[in-house]
Write a protein that binds this ligand. Structure first.
Ligand code: PEP
Ligand code: MN
Length: 272
């Protein structure tokens, strides 16, 4: 298949070895399997503290949580903002976890860098070029989510914007694409994992939560992602998913499911 390869720095042709991003001793990429877990949104200090404790106890390395939420409708809960960043930083520090949070606008990149270890670019912002350019000017690692209608070429070109700006710490995240199927929220494109790893040296993280939108599919699709070679997983987990402040409770694992999955992945690691 011929693709344009208009990107350079993101390509394996220019950088044959896997990129390994080292954040405070946690290595992402190569043979490492990095587990990021947490709620869709940071809600209260108690909520994020308790979830951080559970992520750490289960063996995760990174606490996820949104303080700025890109909601489809303007009247939906939009996140608690900078206050949430501080709560998450505190929970991460207390439990020895790295933190990842979404940044939606260039103006908020600096404050998010102050509080979080990894910045997430959401699917709706994959081609927000002003945001990508700003992220190129910082050194904080970026997890770039694939636009829900983006081709691999468009995805890698979006990563190229960040790399070209001077930030080499980029990971790619497959989070499902829009197809004709409506049973699942999105269609998790498992082939994206080996395809992107072939085209690029950047770590590839899978998001089976947004990729399926259904709690019962998170476990099998996590395992499938690892079998396909994913360098990590980002998974939504909540202590009270039915009352979570975003609609993503339906795809959030209960803490015991999260712990069981991580244990099983560890065993699977010996097989694949
Ligand atoms: C999220 O991670 O909660 C999120 C909004 O993800 P996405 O951008 O993939 O929809
Ligand atoms: Mn979510």
């Amino acid at each position: 298949i011929k693709i344009s390869k208009s990107y350079k720095l993101a390509s394996r042709d220019f950088h044959p070895d896997d990129t390994i991003i080292d954040i405070k001793g946690v290595k992402i990429g190569g043979d490492n399997l990095t587990i990021m877990g947490g709620p869709c949104a940071v809600e209260t200090q108690e909520q994020i503290d308790e979830i951080a404790r559970l992520v750490k106890a289960a063996g995760g390395q990174v606490l996820r949580g949104g303080a700025f939420k890109p909601r489809t409708g303007p009247y939906s809960f939009q996140g608690i903002g900078v206050e949430g960043l501080a709560m998450m930083a505190e929970a991460g520090r207390k439990h020895g976890l790295l933190t990842i949070t979404e940044v939606m606008t260039p103006e908020y990149v600096d404050v998010c860098c102050e509080y979080a270890d990894i910045l997430q670019v959401g699917t709706r912002n994959m081609q927000n070029f002003d945001l990508l350019r700003k992220l190129g000017t910082v050194k904080t690692p970026v997890l770039l989510k694939r636009g829900f209608s983006a081709t691999y070429d468009e995805f890698l070109n979006a990563a190229e914007y960040i790399l070209a700006g001077g930030n080499p710490n980029v990971m790619l995240c497959e989070r499902g694409i829009r197809t004709f199927e409506t049973y699942t929220r999105n269609t998790l494109d498992l082939a994206a994992i080996p395809v992107l790893q072939g085209l690029s040296h950047l770590p590839v993280i899978s998001d089976p939560s947004h990729g399926t939108g259904r709690r019962e599919l998170v476990e099998p699709m996590s395992k499938a992602s690892v079998a396909a070679g994913a360098n990590g997983l980002i998974i939504e987990m909540h202590t009270d998913p039915d009352n979570s402040m975003t609609g993503d409770g339906v795809q959030s694992l209960f803490p015991d499911q999260f712990a069981k999955l991580l244990k099983e992945l560890e065993q699977l690691g010996n097989l694949v």
